[in-house]
Design a protein around this ligand. Structure first.
Ligand code: ADP
Length: 585
């Protein structure tokens, strides 16, 4: 099979060899209809306009000198008048409308500057950043209003439409082969040597096999080479998630604009309001308490006694140095910190914890663990390794071990919110917040038997930031463990608020952090890639930002609840008006 690269969108009709084209070239412009290139057409009309006007002015000067009435015009003058009017209309249409619209629709430069703190009675989230627009409207209005409305793709429409992808004859042959089962779908990338073409062919085959259209799922505009062998197998497109910005978050004396990828209305606006309350109160402080990724294999012996022998061996400080040397060979960044063991009969769970630099570290720690297990096999030949992960780690599952011992980065973040800010920005009182926190986040969660869930919605912020910055969103389970504390301070005037998060699992290298969009979001926070000054500094900073954003989110949601405005705000800004009317009817 041919393996040369080819654009997957070549037309069947042309049968011409593929021509590498830029993505922008795919879009048809109105100017394509002109007989001449755009710059030549513009030049022609400019010349025509100024020549005609010059000619008319010369003629009128002669007429004035010879006392000929101006309204008596010759044929050449009529032609000149028509030419100048026509070219004027062309030039106005081309340059004039965009210019006028850009003046009329230019957005405000400072979204916080137009705040009107006096209007207390307005709905909470409309007031919170005083943009005087509803959630989602605080965007560049000039850009949006100049573009035609995007077609709305409804679920029914997606399923009604038939596939429309146009392929070459050779592509068509491969599609038929995939549909018939002759060519495995997973082998397309290696067979074609072109990831984009492989995705297009797989997508088309899938549509034919299932009879369902994927027309709402974009294919173009994504670098499929960048995910090969590391992020996603058998791609057929990509899902678009909007990214909003909350901030500036003033944390440890520096400002951060926090990217949040979410489809939950009001989440970004609410976090933004929390950021504002923190900023106006002098900022938040966050401290890293612990930094260690964990992996816990399960090994089995014939007797519990032998399992206990290994436990004692691993926990003997004299053996630690040797084990650390073996473990650390996995990477120049890996540093073994501890091994904690738990026995269940003759089975032993070994929880290795290690520093992993700027990587989230699951691969790194797993490699280190494998090194140690291989090493131990010499002294403990009767050790049967059942699994490199025995769930005592514990990854992507709620578990007390993470809540108590920590996993990844353990961070505490605090702020003292000025009483006036609580009233004016958060629209509630210190007293109400403290009471609600006690009864909801502490007592309510205890009544529910919560595990690490002593908070209002930490996982909302964690997940949105994780998706935006290329973290593993499945780790939101333990990364969202959080206890939110609120206390009245300074004689009851101000509010002390803190979030304690023992297992924030983040990295700035590896995994999804390398992808273009996610990398751009990391760049925005100033934590892209490996830290040049000190390995691990970027991922630690990212963890503290996550905690700071959670603090902001907790403040804002708790305030909305305390003020009794949550349902009202969400019905107004998080549901379409259609749904609201349905509810009311
Ligand atoms: P993870 O362990 O989070 O799954 P990967 O193993 O995919 O991450 O990525 C970590 C890789 O990045 C390792 O190969 C490591 O050597 C490299 N690396 C480069 N710079 C750093 C750094 N500052 N900290 C950690 N790893 C780094």
């Amino acid at each position: 099979m041919e393996t040369h690269r080819r654009s997957s969108t070549n037309s069947v009709r042309s049968h011409k060899p593929a021509r590498p084209i830029a993505l922008e070239d795919d879009s048809t412009k109105a100017s394509d209809a002109l007989p001449l290139p755009l710059y030549l057409t513009n030049a022609v009309f400019f010349t025509l306009f100024f020549s005609a006007v010059y000619f008319l002015l010369c003629r009128w000067r002669e007429k004035i000198r010879s006392s000929t009435p101006l309204h008596v015009v010759t044929f050449s003058e009529i032609v000149a008048i028509l030419a100048s009017v026509a070219s004027f209309i062309y030039l106005l249409g081309f340059f004039g409308i965009d210019f006028v619209q850009s003046l009329v629709l230019r957005p405000s430069a400072d979204v916080w500057a137009t705040e009107d703190d006096e209007v207390e009675s307005e709905v909470l989230l409309r007031n919170e950043d005083a943009r005087h627009v509803t959630c989602g409207q605080a965007l560049d209005r000039s850009i949006r209003s100049l573009q035609p409305p995007a077609p709305i793709v409804t679920a029914e429409k997606v399923f009604d439409e038939m596939p429309v992808t146009v392929m070459t004859e050779e592509d068509e042959e491969i599609i038929r082969s995939v549909v018939s089962g002759m060519t495995p779908s997973y082998s397309l990338e290696s067979k074609l040597g072109d990831c984009k073409r492989a995705a297009a062919i797989r997508r088309e085959a899938l549509q034919r096999i299932t009879g369902k259209s994927l027309s709402g799922l974009p294919l173009d505009g994504f670098d499929y080479e960048s995910i090969l062998g590391q992020c996603c197998e058998m791609p057929v497109g990509y899902v678009q998630i909007p990214v909003g910005i909350a901030g500036p978050l003033l944390l440890n004396g520096r400002e951060y604009s926090v990217p949040m990828a979410t489809t939950e209305g009001c989440l970004v606006a609410s976090t933004n309001r929390g950021c504002k309350a923190i900023h106006l109160s002098g900022g938040a402080t966050s401290v890293l308490l612990r930094d260690g990724m964990t992996r816990a294999p399960v090994v089995r012996f014939d007797t519990a006694k032998r399992a206990a022998d290994l436990k004692l061996y691993l926990e003997d400080p004299e053996n630690f140095e040797t084990l650390a040397c073996v473990f650390n060979r996995s990477s120049r960044f890996a540093r073994l910190q501890s091994i904690k063991c738990a026995i269940a009969g003759k089975n032993l769970y070994l929880r290795f914890s290690c520093f992993t630099g700027d990587a989230m570290g699951m691969n790194m720690v797993s490699k280190g663990v494998q090194n140690v297990l291989d090493f131990l096999q010499t002294d403990f030949p009767d050790m049967d390794v059942i699994g490199i992960s025995g769930n005592f780690c514990s990854d992507k599952k709620p578990a007390s071990v993470n809540w108590i011992e920590g996993r990844g980065k353990s961070v505490v973040c605090e702020a003292i919110i000025n009483g006036d800010v609580v009233r004016k920005v958060l629209k509630t009182s210190v007293e109400s917040l403290v009471e609600l926190n006690m009864l909801k986040n502490l007592t309510g969660s205890a009544m529910a038997g919560a595990l690490g869930g002593f908070n209002a919605h930490a996982s909302n912020i964690v997940t949105a930031v994780y998706i935006a910055t290329g973290q593993d969103p499945a780790q939101n389970v333990e990364s969202s463990h959080c206890i939110t504390m609120m206390e009245a301070v300074n004689g009851g005037k101000d509010l002390h608020v803190s979030v304690t998060m023992p297992s924030i699992e983040v990295g700035t290298v590896g995994g999804g952090t390398r992808l273009a969009s996610q990398s751009a979001c990391l760049n925005l926070l100033g934590v892209k890639g490996a830290s040049k000054e000190s390995p691990g500094a970027n991922s630690i900073l990212l963890a503290t930002i996550v905690a700071g954003a959670v603090l902001a989110g907790e403040l804002s949601l708790m305030s909305a609840l305390a003020a009794g405005q949550l349902v009202k705000s969400h019905m107004k800004y998080n549901r379409s008006s259609k749904d609201v009317s349905k509810v009311s009817s």
